[in-house]
Design a protein around this ligand. Structure first.
Ligand code: OGA
Ligand code: NI
Length: 357
C-alpha cells in the first residue's frame, strides 16, 4: 500500500486555475453522483450548538459545570459546536485568514514551489487520496505540520506573504493552547482524569497539523462539492471558517445542516480518535463543504492529533461488561493511511474498524 502513496496518479490540476479560466461548465471529474450533490435532500433549518467558553475554567463551580455539560451534550449529539469567548484574539484570527487568502491569490508559479506529494501531504495540494480516476473535490489546500516540534519545518511554509510564517507560529501557539483546554474539558466531562486525553495522545509529543482550504468560485455549484463527506481522522479539529461565506454542512439525523458561522467563533469538532477513546460516547460526525458561484471561501482547519505511533483504544474507564470496547487498538499512522489513500469517504473507516474488532 505504501508504494501507491509516492506520487499522484494523474497530473495535478489547480481548481483555482480552472475557476479563473472562466469556464462555464465544470470538467466531468468534479461532477458528483446525484445522491452526493448539494440539492439532493431538503435542507434542515436548525443550528449547531454555540458554547460560550468564558466560564470553562471559572472558579465558580456551578458555571464551570454548566459549561462542561454544554460541551458534553454537543459532543454526544452533534460532534460539533461553535465556541465563543475562546480567548483568542479576533484580530489574530482575521489577520491569519487574510494572509492565507493573499497566499492563494499569489501567481501560480509561486505556489507551485510548494506543490505536495502524497508521501507526507505537506505543501500545496489539490486532492486527497490517490485512487486513479477518482471524482475530485472543488478545492485546493495547503497542509503543514505544526507539532511535534521535530516535524515542524517552517522552510516548507509559504515565504510569501512575508508575514505568513510568523502568523502561522503565532496562530498555532494560540490554537494549540485552546485545543489543550478543550481536551481537558472533554476528559473531565467523560468522567476521566483531566489529563487523560492529552496523555493518551502522547502528552508533550502530541501531533498537530494545519490545513488551509481554498474553495474557488464554481460555475456549477449544484453538481459538485468543495470537500466530500468525511469525518476527521484525528483527535479534535478547530476550524476557523470564512467570516462571511457559509459552506460547511454537518450531518444530523440523516440530513445536511448548513452551519451559519457566528462572528469570531471557532467551530470545534470531535475526530475519530476521540470517538474511539470515548468508546463512542462522543461522536465524530460526517461533514462536507458546498461551494458557490459568487464568492471564494478560505477556512483553516487545525487538527490536534495523537502522536502518530501510539496505540489508540477506548479508555478502560469507559469499557464495561454492558459497554464492551467497540474498537481494537490502532496507531494513528495506520488509521490515517486510509483517508490518504481513498480520499474523503464518509464514516466508512471508523465503522469498518467497529465491525472488525
Ligand atoms: C476539513 C474540513 C471544513 C471547511 O478541512 O477537514 O472539514 O469548512 N473543513 O473547510
Ligand atoms: Ni473535516
Amino acid at each position: 500500500m505504501m508504494n501507491c502513496l509516492q506520487s499522484w496518479p494523474e497530473p495535478v490540476v489547480r481548481v483555482q486555475s480552472l475557476s479563473e479560466s472562466g469556464i462555464r461548465a465544470i470538467p466531468e471529474r468534479y461532477i458528483k453522483p446525484p445522491s452526493d450533490r448539494p440539492g439532493f435532500e431538503k435542507q434542515e433549518h436548525v443550528d449547531i450548538p454555540v458554547v460560550d467558553l468564558k466560564n470553562l475554567f471559572s472558579h465558580d463551580h456551578t458555571l464551570h459545570e454548566e459549561t462542561l455539560k454544554l460541551i458534553s451534550s454537543a459532543c454526544k449529539e452533534w460532534g460539533f459546536f461553535q465556541a465563543v469567548n475562546h480567548g483568542i484574539s479576533h484580530e489574530l484570527m482575521k489577520r491569519t485568514r487574510e494572509v492565507w487568502r493573499e497566499f492563494f491569490n499569489l501567481p501560480l508559479e509561486v505556489k507551485q514551489e510548494y506543490a505536495n506529494a502524497p508521501t507526507t501531504y505537506e505543501g500545496y495540494g489539490s486532492r486527497l487520496g490517490v485512487q486513479k480516476g477518482a471524482i475530485l473535490d472543488w478545492s485546493d489546500y495547503f497542509f503543514l505540520h505544526y507539532l511535534p516540534v521535530y516535524l515542524r519545518n517552517p522552510s516548507k511554509w509559504p515565504s510569501l506573504p512575508s508575514s505568513c510564517r510568523d502568523l502561522i507560529s503565532e496562530y498555532g501557539a494560540e490554537v494549540e493552547k485552546l485545543c489543550g483546554r478543550l481536551l481537558k474539558a472533554m476528559s473531565i466531562s467523560l468522567g476521566l482524569k483531566e489529563d487523560y486525553l492529552q496523555n493518551a495522545f502522547g502528552g508533550e509529543d502530541i501531533g498537530a497539523c494545519l490545513r488551509v482550504n481554498f474553495y474557488p468560485k464554481c460555475p456549477q455549484p449544484d453538481l459538485t462539492l468543495g470537500l466530500s463527506s468525511h469525518s476527521d481522522p484525528g483527535g479534535l479539529t478547530l476550524l476557523l471558517p470564512d467570516h462571511d461565506v457559509a459552506g460547511l454542512q454537518v450531518r444530523k439525523n440523516g440530513k445536511w445542516i448548513t452551519v451559519k458561522p457566528v462572528p469570531n467563533a471557532f467551530i470545534v469538532n470531535v475526530g475519530d480518535q476521540i470517538q474511539v477513546m470515548s468508546n463512542a460516547i462522543y461522536k465524530s460526525v460526517e461533514h462536507r463543504v458546498i461551494v458557490n458561484s459568487a464568492k471564494d471561501r478560505v477556512s483553516l482547519a487545525f487538527f490536534y492529533n495523537p502522536k502518530s505511533d501510539l496505540l489508540i483504544e477506548p479508555a478502560k474507564e469507559l469499557v464495561s461488561e454492558d459497554r464492551p470496547a467497540l474498537y481494537s487498538p490502532m496507531t494513528f499512522d495506520e488509521y490515517r493511511l486510509y483517508i490518504r489513500t481513498y480520499g474523503p469517504c464518509g464514516k466508512t473507516q471508523v465503522e469498518f474498524s467497529e465491525s472488525n474488532r
